[in-house]
Write a protein that binds this ligand. Sequence first.
Ligand SMILES: [Zn+2]
Length: 199
Amino acid sequence: MNRSGDEHNRDTALAAALVRFVNLRIRTTAQVERLFRQAAGQPAETFQTIPPGDVDSYRRIDQNRAHNWLLRVIALDRGRLSQAEAEQFQQKIGGFVVAKVRKVPRAVYGRRFRLEWAPTLDGVEICIGYATALLLADPRLRWRIGFCALEECKRFFFDPRSQGGRRMQYCCPRHSELGRKRAQRLRRSIGQPAGRSQS
Ligand SMILES: [Zn+2]
């Protein structure tokens, strides 16, 4: 894939926005629309919006869908999907994106005139589908998506490091510390069985 730096940054921003959206406590439609519009680099005038009173459809439909898809992306990444399940997921996302994303040419003028066929990411639904497709297509991007290992957290995270390394287990340093302490306590309690029987 010969993507430009701009495109690469946009793709990363879209993946990160998808994670933020799934974690989001949605209050207004504008909040959701701004999140994706900025990640996609779209002007406000052309980005699709829904009436503010319909905010619940972002929660019930789009957030639910994005949540399920992210769980599936993680399962795929960690090798927990069978070949058939992986293909089924590909078909679902591929079909969704093909049906929703328009491509309109953008004319580039200069010494060599050319047309660029960039996808038009001008709506919340489109951005969600496209970001999920990016995660399906790019193992390095997908690797950065995680689900906090702290039981009561239930937040997804997007690893800010692009170069890999040890996989992050927790969404933030605070939860990492908490998880580490808990694991220590557990080890200690296993290391010291109920005693008494020793004599
Ligand atoms: Zn967490």
